[in-house]
Design a binder for this molecule. Structure first.
Ligand code: HEC
Ligand code: HEC
Length: 189
């Protein structure tokens, strides 16, 4: 009897962290379910949240989760997929039709995606409009233009965020993109 008691006590103790974790996860899920108030959808925070999702789906595989570039992206793949050029022939074009893929038994080249979390590199675009136009016309590199314009706008805002460029407290909008300059990072003192 004593032994049985001790055993069930042990079960409770050892399961406590698990239950706590579960309760936390449930609380978080309940929180996420409620979502932000409708008005917040127009805000910068909401735009960055949408942009973060677009980035995760369409950009992370080449530019890395934090925008550190191809090395970061590659490190996230499992070991048996690590050798990208085994399938993504470096001399292949950046985009290939299913027929080309079938014929060559290899897929589009990935290039070497540069870091995006780099304000100086992004500064060369001059304005948010030029950055948006570039991303929309060329990214994701294997299928440019596949996203909706709104998604390109949101991901442009998120890329600026990754680079630590915060042009204003307001979200990026199509009408004002051209008036948003991209300053180079200040030199470190
Ligand atoms: C298949 C790999 C790949 C994917 C996916 C991809 N990129 Fe790129 N990206 C590149 C490469 C490679 C370059 C360098 C220029 C080139 O070769 O086209 C680049 C360049 C860029 C640049 C210019 C950076 C600079 O400093 O010049 C930006 C901005 C950019 N990508 C944003 C994005 C965004 C946003 C997405 C997702 C919507 C994305 N990329 C998806 C491979 C990729
Ligand atoms: C075993 C072969 C193989 C290896 C290894 C491989 N890929 Fe791929 N990859 C593919 C195929 C096949 C597709 C789909 C092509 C299509 O249908 O258009 C693809 C698609 C992609 C795409 C576009 C679709 C998406 O999910 O974003 C990216 C980006 C990509 N691979 C990146 C990589 C990177 C980075 C590596 C190395 C870390 C890698 N791949 C290694 C075969 C491979």
């Amino acid at each position: 009897m004593v032994a049985a008691r001790a055993a069930s006590w042990w079960v409770v103790v050892s399961a406590a962290p698990l239950l706590l974790g579960l309760a936390l996860a449930l609380a978080l899920a309940a929180d996420a379910g409620q979502g932000p108030p409708a008005a917040a959808d127009d805000g910068l925070a909401a735009q960055l949240e949408r942009g973060r999702e677009v980035y995760a789906f369409s950009c992370t595989t080449c530019h890395g989760a934090t925008g550190a570039g191809f090395a970061e992206a590659r490190a996230a793949f499992p070991a048996d997929h690590y050798d990208c050029i085994r399938c993504h022939g470096p001399r292949n074009p950046p985009q290939m039709t299913p027929q080309q893929i079938e014929l060559s038994q290899s897929v589009f080249s990935l290039g070497v995606a540069p870091p995006l979390a780099d304000a100086d590199a992004l500064a060369r675009f001059g304005t948010a409009a030029a950055l948006y136009a570039y991303v929309r016309a060329t990214m994701p590199r294997w299928d440019p233009g596949r996203l909706a314009d709104d998604a390109y706008l949101d991901v442009t805002a998120f890329v600026l965020h990754l680079a630590g460029i915060h042009p204003s407290d307001a979200p990026l909008r199509f009408e004002t993109l051209a008036t948003v300059p991209l300053p180079a990072a200040r030199p470190q003192p």
